[in-house]
Design a binder for this molecule. Structure first.
Ligand code: SF4
Length: 256
Protein backbone atom coordinates (compact mmCIF):
# COMPACT_ATOMS: atom_id res chain seq x y z
CA UNK A 1 0.00 0.00 0.00
CA UNK A 2 1.39 3.43 -1.05
CA UNK A 3 2.43 5.73 1.78
CA UNK A 4 0.20 8.79 2.25
CA UNK A 5 1.11 12.24 3.53
CA UNK A 6 -0.18 15.80 3.59
CA UNK A 7 0.59 18.60 1.18
CA UNK A 8 -0.92 22.08 1.09
CA UNK A 9 -2.48 23.49 -2.05
CA UNK A 10 -3.56 27.15 -2.01
CA UNK A 11 -3.57 27.03 1.79
CA UNK A 12 -5.75 23.91 2.13
CA UNK A 13 -4.24 20.57 3.29
CA UNK A 14 -4.79 17.53 1.03
CA UNK A 15 -3.84 13.90 1.30
CA UNK A 16 -1.34 12.69 -1.32
CA UNK A 17 -0.12 9.20 -2.18
CA UNK A 18 3.55 8.52 -2.63
CA UNK A 19 4.55 8.37 -6.33
CA UNK A 20 1.80 10.68 -7.51
CA UNK A 21 2.62 13.96 -9.26
CA UNK A 22 1.33 17.31 -8.04
CA UNK A 23 -0.90 17.48 -11.09
CA UNK A 24 -2.47 14.11 -10.26
CA UNK A 25 -3.12 15.20 -6.68
CA UNK A 26 -4.62 18.48 -7.85
CA UNK A 27 -6.84 16.83 -10.46
CA UNK A 28 -8.03 14.23 -7.95
CA UNK A 29 -9.14 17.10 -5.71
CA UNK A 30 -10.75 19.16 -8.48
CA UNK A 31 -8.05 21.83 -8.60
CA UNK A 32 -7.50 22.99 -12.17
CA UNK A 33 -4.35 24.18 -13.89
CA UNK A 34 -4.04 24.37 -17.69
CA UNK A 35 -2.28 21.60 -19.61
CA UNK A 36 -1.92 20.72 -23.27
CA UNK A 37 0.84 18.12 -23.45
CA UNK A 38 -0.28 16.01 -20.50
CA UNK A 39 -1.96 12.66 -21.19
CA UNK A 40 -2.88 10.22 -18.43
CA UNK A 41 -1.79 7.19 -20.46
CA UNK A 42 1.71 8.52 -21.16
CA UNK A 43 4.76 9.60 -19.19
CA UNK A 44 4.68 13.37 -18.52
CA UNK A 45 7.10 15.38 -20.67
CA UNK A 46 6.58 18.96 -19.43
CA UNK A 47 6.68 20.36 -22.97
CA UNK A 48 3.86 22.92 -22.89
CA UNK A 49 4.92 24.37 -19.51
CA UNK A 50 1.38 25.47 -18.78
CA UNK A 51 0.99 23.51 -15.56
CA UNK A 52 3.61 25.52 -13.65
CA UNK A 53 2.77 26.09 -9.97
CA UNK A 54 4.63 27.84 -7.17
CA UNK A 55 6.18 25.31 -4.84
CA UNK A 56 7.58 26.15 -1.42
CA UNK A 57 9.94 23.35 -0.58
CA UNK A 58 11.91 22.64 2.58
CA UNK A 59 14.38 25.42 1.72
CA UNK A 60 11.51 27.91 2.05
CA UNK A 61 12.35 29.48 -1.34
CA UNK A 62 9.38 29.61 -3.76
CA UNK A 63 9.99 28.16 -7.23
CA UNK A 64 7.84 27.70 -10.31
CA UNK A 65 7.85 23.98 -11.10
CA UNK A 66 5.91 21.89 -13.59
CA UNK A 67 3.20 20.10 -11.66
CA UNK A 68 2.96 17.30 -14.24
CA UNK A 69 6.49 16.09 -13.51
CA UNK A 70 7.08 17.00 -9.82
CA UNK A 71 6.15 14.26 -7.39
CA UNK A 72 4.23 15.18 -4.27
CA UNK A 73 6.35 15.12 -1.10
CA UNK A 74 5.48 15.40 2.55
CA UNK A 75 5.03 19.00 3.64
CA UNK A 76 5.09 20.66 0.18
CA UNK A 77 3.19 23.91 -0.04
CA UNK A 78 1.81 24.61 -3.51
CA UNK A 79 0.19 27.69 -4.97
CA UNK A 80 -1.78 27.54 -8.22
CA UNK A 81 -2.53 31.28 -8.23
CA UNK A 82 -0.63 34.52 -7.61
CA UNK A 83 1.68 36.84 -9.51
CA UNK A 84 4.54 34.38 -10.10
CA UNK A 85 2.23 31.61 -11.37
CA UNK A 86 0.34 34.01 -13.63
CA UNK A 87 3.55 35.39 -15.11
CA UNK A 88 4.86 31.89 -15.88
CA UNK A 89 1.50 30.86 -17.36
CA UNK A 90 1.33 34.00 -19.49
CA UNK A 91 4.82 33.32 -20.86
CA UNK A 92 4.01 29.68 -21.57
CA UNK A 93 0.80 30.57 -23.44
CA UNK A 94 2.61 33.19 -25.57
CA UNK A 95 5.42 30.79 -26.33
CA UNK A 96 2.93 28.14 -27.48
CA UNK A 97 0.98 30.63 -29.58
CA UNK A 98 4.20 31.72 -31.31
CA UNK A 99 4.63 28.09 -32.44
CA UNK A 100 0.99 27.54 -33.35
CA UNK A 101 -0.52 30.98 -34.15
CA UNK A 102 -3.64 29.55 -35.80
CA UNK A 103 -4.58 27.35 -32.84
CA UNK A 104 -8.03 28.18 -31.53
CA UNK A 105 -7.57 25.66 -28.70
CA UNK A 106 -4.64 27.60 -27.20
CA UNK A 107 -6.68 30.80 -27.26
CA UNK A 108 -9.72 29.14 -25.71
CA UNK A 109 -7.67 27.64 -22.90
CA UNK A 110 -5.84 30.93 -22.29
CA UNK A 111 -9.16 32.73 -22.05
CA UNK A 112 -10.43 30.20 -19.46
CA UNK A 113 -7.47 31.13 -17.29
CA UNK A 114 -7.80 34.88 -17.89
CA UNK A 115 -4.75 35.18 -20.13
CA UNK A 116 -5.12 37.61 -23.05
CA UNK A 117 -3.18 36.58 -26.14
CA UNK A 118 -3.92 39.68 -28.24
CA UNK A 119 -5.40 39.81 -31.71
CA UNK A 120 -5.74 36.69 -33.82
CA UNK A 121 -2.81 36.19 -36.20
CA UNK A 122 -4.45 36.78 -39.58
CA UNK A 123 -1.54 38.48 -41.34
CA UNK A 124 -3.04 41.93 -40.59
CA UNK A 125 -1.11 44.41 -38.41
CA UNK A 126 -4.12 46.74 -37.95
CA UNK A 127 -2.28 49.65 -39.60
CA UNK A 128 -5.60 50.74 -41.17
CA UNK A 129 -4.01 51.83 -44.47
CA UNK A 130 -6.74 49.87 -46.28
CA UNK A 131 -9.51 51.72 -44.44
CA UNK A 132 -7.81 55.06 -45.16
CA UNK A 133 -7.16 54.48 -48.87
CA UNK A 134 -10.66 53.15 -49.47
CA UNK A 135 -12.24 56.16 -47.80
CA UNK A 136 -9.84 59.02 -48.57
CA UNK A 137 -8.54 58.13 -52.03
CA UNK A 138 -11.11 55.80 -53.62
CA UNK A 139 -13.95 57.64 -51.88
CA UNK A 140 -15.90 54.49 -51.04
CA UNK A 141 -15.40 53.57 -47.34
CA UNK A 142 -16.01 49.83 -47.61
CA UNK A 143 -13.83 48.76 -44.67
CA UNK A 144 -13.91 49.35 -40.95
CA UNK A 145 -12.31 48.19 -37.73
CA UNK A 146 -14.65 46.04 -35.64
CA UNK A 147 -14.50 44.36 -32.25
CA UNK A 148 -15.12 40.61 -32.36
CA UNK A 149 -14.80 38.62 -29.18
CA UNK A 150 -12.61 41.27 -27.58
CA UNK A 151 -10.20 41.55 -30.55
CA UNK A 152 -10.12 44.09 -33.35
CA UNK A 153 -10.41 43.04 -36.99
CA UNK A 154 -10.60 44.76 -40.36
CA UNK A 155 -14.06 43.88 -41.68
CA UNK A 156 -16.08 44.81 -44.78
CA UNK A 157 -19.20 46.96 -44.74
CA UNK A 158 -21.59 44.75 -46.66
CA UNK A 159 -22.35 45.63 -50.26
CA UNK A 160 -20.13 48.73 -50.41
CA UNK A 161 -16.86 47.53 -52.00
CA UNK A 162 -16.50 48.24 -55.72
CA UNK A 163 -13.61 45.81 -56.27
CA UNK A 164 -10.98 48.39 -57.26
CA UNK A 165 -8.22 46.45 -55.43
CA UNK A 166 -6.48 49.59 -54.10
CA UNK A 167 -6.54 48.11 -50.59
CA UNK A 168 -4.87 44.94 -51.92
CA UNK A 169 -2.03 47.02 -53.35
CA UNK A 170 -1.52 49.23 -50.32
CA UNK A 171 -1.64 46.49 -47.65
CA UNK A 172 1.97 46.25 -46.35
CA UNK A 173 1.66 42.61 -45.24
CA UNK A 174 -0.37 41.13 -48.09
CA UNK A 175 -3.31 40.34 -45.81
CA UNK A 176 -5.96 41.42 -48.34
CA UNK A 177 -6.32 39.20 -51.39
CA UNK A 178 -7.69 39.59 -54.89
CA UNK A 179 -8.68 36.71 -57.16
CA UNK A 180 -9.90 37.16 -60.73
CA UNK A 181 -11.71 34.15 -62.12
CA UNK A 182 -13.50 34.46 -65.45
CA UNK A 183 -15.51 37.67 -65.26
CA UNK A 184 -15.56 37.79 -61.45
CA UNK A 185 -13.20 39.51 -59.01
CA UNK A 186 -13.18 38.46 -55.35
CA UNK A 187 -11.58 40.67 -52.70
CA UNK A 188 -11.09 39.02 -49.30
CA UNK A 189 -9.37 39.23 -45.95
CA UNK A 190 -8.75 36.08 -43.87
CA UNK A 191 -11.51 33.70 -45.03
CA UNK A 192 -13.97 36.59 -45.20
CA UNK A 193 -15.16 37.86 -48.56
CA UNK A 194 -15.16 41.66 -48.87
CA UNK A 195 -16.86 41.62 -52.28
CA UNK A 196 -17.44 39.71 -55.49
CA UNK A 197 -17.71 42.03 -58.48
CA UNK A 198 -18.29 41.58 -62.21
CA UNK A 199 -15.35 42.50 -64.43
CA UNK A 200 -15.39 44.54 -67.64
CA UNK A 201 -13.54 43.56 -70.82
CA UNK A 202 -11.06 45.93 -72.42
CA UNK A 203 -12.58 47.35 -75.62
CA UNK A 204 -9.28 46.95 -77.41
CA UNK A 205 -7.69 43.65 -76.33
CA UNK A 206 -10.76 41.92 -74.91
CA UNK A 207 -9.22 40.97 -71.56
CA UNK A 208 -11.12 41.32 -68.29
CA UNK A 209 -9.38 44.16 -66.47
CA UNK A 210 -11.49 46.18 -64.00
CA UNK A 211 -14.69 45.77 -62.08
CA UNK A 212 -17.86 47.19 -63.58
CA UNK A 213 -18.66 49.08 -60.39
CA UNK A 214 -15.19 50.62 -60.33
CA UNK A 215 -15.50 51.83 -63.94
CA UNK A 216 -18.90 53.37 -63.15
CA UNK A 217 -17.37 55.01 -60.09
CA UNK A 218 -14.55 56.51 -62.21
CA UNK A 219 -17.06 57.67 -64.79
CA UNK A 220 -19.12 59.41 -62.14
CA UNK A 221 -16.08 61.08 -60.63
CA UNK A 222 -14.71 62.34 -63.95
CA UNK A 223 -17.82 63.23 -65.95
CA UNK A 224 -17.59 66.96 -65.27
CA UNK A 225 -13.84 67.15 -65.79
CA UNK A 226 -12.98 69.50 -68.66
CA UNK A 227 -10.28 67.19 -70.07
CA UNK A 228 -12.58 64.15 -70.35
CA UNK A 229 -14.38 64.03 -73.69
CA UNK A 230 -15.61 60.45 -73.75
CA UNK A 231 -15.20 57.35 -71.59
CA UNK A 232 -13.49 54.26 -72.91
CA UNK A 233 -13.15 50.80 -71.44
CA UNK A 234 -9.43 50.31 -72.01
CA UNK A 235 -7.14 48.26 -69.81
CA UNK A 236 -3.97 49.91 -68.53
CA UNK A 237 -1.73 48.51 -71.29
CA UNK A 238 -4.09 49.47 -74.13
CA UNK A 239 -4.76 52.90 -72.66
CA UNK A 240 -1.00 53.49 -72.48
CA UNK A 241 -0.52 52.29 -76.04
CA UNK A 242 -3.21 54.65 -77.37
CA UNK A 243 -1.97 57.65 -75.44
CA UNK A 244 1.59 57.03 -76.73
CA UNK A 245 0.27 56.87 -80.30
CA UNK A 246 -1.62 60.12 -79.85
CA UNK A 247 1.47 61.76 -78.36
CA UNK A 248 3.78 60.59 -81.13
CA UNK A 249 1.32 61.55 -83.88
CA UNK A 250 1.24 65.08 -82.39
CA UNK A 251 5.04 65.20 -82.33
CA UNK A 252 5.38 63.93 -85.92
CA UNK A 253 2.20 65.06 -87.73
CA UNK A 254 1.46 63.12 -90.94
CA UNK A 255 2.19 64.96 -94.14
CA UNK A 256 -0.82 65.29 -96.36
S1 SF4 B 1 -11.30 46.87 -53.22
FE1 SF4 B 1 -13.14 47.47 -52.09
S2 SF4 B 1 -12.45 47.64 -49.97
FE2 SF4 B 1 -10.59 47.64 -51.25
S3 SF4 B 1 -10.16 49.86 -51.62
FE3 SF4 B 1 -11.44 49.12 -53.35
S4 SF4 B 1 -13.56 49.59 -52.75
FE4 SF4 B 1 -12.29 49.69 -50.88
Amino acid sequence: MAKTFKITIDGTPYEAHEGKTLLQVMRKNGIQVPTLCYHEALQPIGACKLCGVEVLGRSGKPKILLSCVIKAREGLAVRTKGERVEKARHLAFHHLLAMAPQSGRIRELAETYGVSLGPVADGCIRCRLCIGVCKEIVGVGALRLADRGGHRFIVPIEGVCIGCSTCVNICPTGAIHMKDEGDLRTISIRDEVISINKLERCEACGRFFASRKFMKHVEKQTTDHAAVKEHHLYCQSCAKLFSNRIRSSKRFPRRG
